[in-house]
Design a protein around this ligand. Structure first.
Ligand code: AHR
Length: 325
């Protein structure tokens, strides 16, 4: 009860402050309250994503109740329940894993509170009836882009047997599943490629270091040709370990990463990473636009993907569009 009272106060304050920065907030939006359950703070991507949602809510003049679950599904479920108890207008949430949401989302449905997924998907027999829209990257396409780059690289380097170790993200999360599937599908028909291992680094830099240490112990530095890492945080951990062991990243071992944060793009430009597949964290504006349209009774698109691409050592890295977030 105390927690809800604090949240209510916070929402009132946010509503009052809403119009203070940037474009003046729309006074018509003052009454709209969005409950946002963020899954954690595991990466620079996630922090940029949180900022994007907060900034957009402010810009639109919405009250925002935000709860960060620190990578715990139970905490996200609790947060959604508190949003239902408070009767927010719309629930926005980024599910840490795909399964296990049926009960709480059915409760939101019974309370007539629409749910907009941001960043990640849910899996359920009734998924279609449990959320109204999703705004997030096409992770399958990202995985394919990583695989397509590798095919070009193997051609350019005339490689005939390519041993790949995959460091994947949080098990059963959408980006982990789809980046893996997209990558595998892209290289499947090409007999040069062999995925020798796949281990999870949970999207964390510290675990990226642990994974690379383990892989070096298991295969030695000459036993791996490519690291395909599902995010930049883990890749930056991999870089630290490679360099500590006298291995030249991007030269002795090909490094492919996903996200496009500044530090990774700088490492690409400095020749320490081979390919950065973009994943945009900047989803807040689109989410709040959907909230506004939904509350105005307009039809909203079910799926919205941001525009994304990839940067690599096979492209012109002096192009001003090659920049990180
Ligand atoms: O769901 C998006 C992924 O989650 C990003 O690639 C990763 O950095 C984050 O933690």
């Amino acid at each position: 009860m105390r927690k809800i009272a604090i949240m209510v106060l916070a929402v009132i304050l946010l509503g009052l402050l809403g119009g203070c920065a940037g474009k003046p907030a729309d006074p018509e939006n003052r009454a709209i309250v969005v409950g946002f359950s963020q899954l954690g703070a595991e990466s620079s991507w996630r922090m940029a994503n949180t900022k994007s949602v907060e900034a957009a809510a402010k810009q639109y003049g919405f009250g925002l109740m935000m709860e960060n679950a620190n990578q715990k599904q139970e905490k996200q479920i609790d947060a959604i329940r508190s949003f239902i108890a408070y009767r927010v207008d719309v629930i926005v949430f980024s599910p840490i894993v795909e399964t296990g949401w049926d009960n709480v989302l059915n409760e939101a449905k019974q309370a007539n509170i629409p749910v907009i997924l941001v960043d990640r998907m849910i899996e359920s027999e009734n998924a279609d009836s449990l959320y109204t829209a999703i705004v997030g990257a096409d992770f399958y396409a990202e995985g394919r882009r990583a695989g397509e780059y590798l095919i070009r690289k193997a051609d350019a380097e005339k490689m005939d047997h390519v041993r790949i170790a995959e460091i994947s993200g949080t098990p059963d999360s959408t980006p982990m599943r789809d980046r893996q599937r997209g990558f595998q599908d892209a290289i499947r028909e090409d007999s040069r490629f062999e995925i020798i291992d796949s281990i999870s680094g949970d999207f964390l830099r510290s675990k990226g270091e642990e994974c690379m240490t383990y892989l070096l112990e298991k295969y030695g530095k000459d036993g791996i040709d490519v690291i395909y890492s599902h995010n930049d945080s883990m890749t930056l951990g991999v870089l630290d370990i490679l360099e500590k062991n006298g291995i030249r990243p991007a030269k002795d071992i090909i490094l492919i990463t996903v996200d496009g944060e500044k530090e990774a793009v700088e490492a690409l430009k400095a020749g320490r990473i081979n390919c950065v597949v973009q994943c945009s964290p900047d989803l807040g504006d689109e989410v709040m636009k959907l909230v506004q349209d939904l509350k105005a009774g307009k039809e909203i698109p079910r799926v919205t993907h941001p525009d994304e691409g990839a940067f690599s050592d096979l492209d012109d890295l002096t192009d001003p569009r090659v920049e990180g977030f």
